[in-house]
Design a protein around this ligand. Structure first.
Ligand SMILES: *[C@@H]1O[C@H](CO)[C@@H](O)[C@H](O)[C@H]1NC(C)=O
Ligand SMILES: *[C@@H]1O[C@H](CO)[C@@H](O)[C@H](O)[C@H]1NC(C)=O
Ligand SMILES: *[C@@H]1O[C@H](CO)[C@@H](O)[C@H](O)[C@H]1NC(C)=O
Length: 310
């Protein structure tokens, strides 16, 4: 085989495998026994605290975030979010703080130290009502202890989608919401920085939106998570989990153009809305809704995927 031909085949193999990253069999990490976590609707892992993930309940819940140990499922802390109402909290994203990104210095991938924020997406329809479409922003608490936390800001937006359960954040703190529709061909739109405003509500620019290329038998999607480096995206639907490789950092174009692969080792757990990457990007976690949920991890099968992660 000529050098050029082998180089070509190597490049092709890399391309094909990186499009279809393989995941291994699920691993049950532990089972939550805290009765206060009963409608988990979002999950995010901490960069600051090892083995800590944050979760929240949707409309039946209070204005609380839970810090959970991903190995034991013990609740480590409950944070009460001051001046926020849980109308229908449907997702939770973790990333740089938007205000830090506005001056362009402390938010870039390479600069350290930096602060992280939790973005609480009150975007659901609360069972057929009109969504409030507020995203509450808190700084990641400095300690893993029960406390009350103040808002760092609120993003208020308006769009025509009647329901949504997915909020995504990129490493440079661009925020995206994905609607929830029968059949899964949902709309993804960016929430602009101008939405960070306590008094006015901005309309999302739907001329720049995308449409998911998935087809499902249910109302989807139920959640999603961009990897910490922004290169991979997981979307969870009622029956499947979909994997995307984000092209050139363009989330909307990727969702609009790409037919995702399915995580073929996924064992369906009904009503799973909570999905999060581990910070090392070697696995992702899911946490189903309902009482006493088990936390599951799906490791990337690096041998068969042939990719370097993390
Ligand atoms: C950027 O903004 C953040 C948040 O307001 C502030 O803490 C930080 O000091 C600013 N950095 C510079 C270099 O101005
Ligand atoms: C933290 O708050 C939870 C819920 O209110 C409570 O059950 C728990 O005992 C508290 N933990 C500590 C250490 O105070
Ligand atoms: C949101 O947009 C709809 C139409 O797209 C409009 O009827 C409604 O008044 C808007 N609501 C707010 C709070 O701006």
């Amino acid at each position: 085989m000529s050098f050029n031909r082998s180089l070509f085949l190597t490049a092709l193999a890399f391309f094909v495998s990186s499009q279809g990253v393989q995941f291994g069999q699920r691993v049950k990490k532990c089972q939550i026994s805290d009765a206060a976590i009963f409608e988990a609707s979002g999950l995010a892992t901490s960069k600051t605290f090892a083995n800590v993930a944050y979760t929240l309940n949707d409309r039946a819940g209070k204005n609380e975030i839970f810090a959970v140990d991903v190995n034991t499922c013990q609740t480590l802390a409950v944070y009460t979010v001051n001046s926020a109402t849980n109308w229908d909290w449907e997702d939770l994203a973790y990333g740089p703080c938007l205000d830090d990104c506005q001056n362009g210095t402390v938010c870039s991938d390479v600069s350290a130290p930096r602060r992280y924020c939790l973005y609480i997406a009150d975007i659901g329809d609360r069972g057929g009502n009109v969504p409030v479409n507020n995203i509450y922003v808190i700084r990641e608490p400095a300690t893993v202890q029960n406390s009350s936390v103040d808002l760092a800001g609120v993003l208020k937006f308006n769009w025509t989608a009647p329901d949504a359960e997915t909020l995504l954040i990129s490493p440079d703190a661009r925020l995206f919401v994905v609607s929830k529709v029968t059949g899964g061909k949902a709309t993804v739109a960016q929430v602009p920085l101008t939405a960070w405003n306590p008094t006015s509500r901005v309309d999302l620019d739907l001329s720049q939106s995308g449409t998911l290329k998935i087809s499902t038998p249910s109302r989807d999607p139920l959640g999603g998570a961009l990897s910490p480096d922004g290169k991979f995206l997981l979307i969870v639907a009622e029956y499947n989990i979909y994997f995307y490789s984000i092209v050139n950092g363009d989330v909307i174009k990727t969702l609009n153009d790409q037919v995702p692969t399915e995580v073929n080792t996924y064992v369906r757990t009904p009503s799973t809305q909570s999905i999060a990457w581990a910070q090392d990007q070697k696995s992702f976690f899911i946490l189903p809704e309902g009482a006493d949920p088990s936390l599951y991890a799906y490791p990337i099968d690096t041998a068969s995927s042939g990719i370097v992660v993390g």
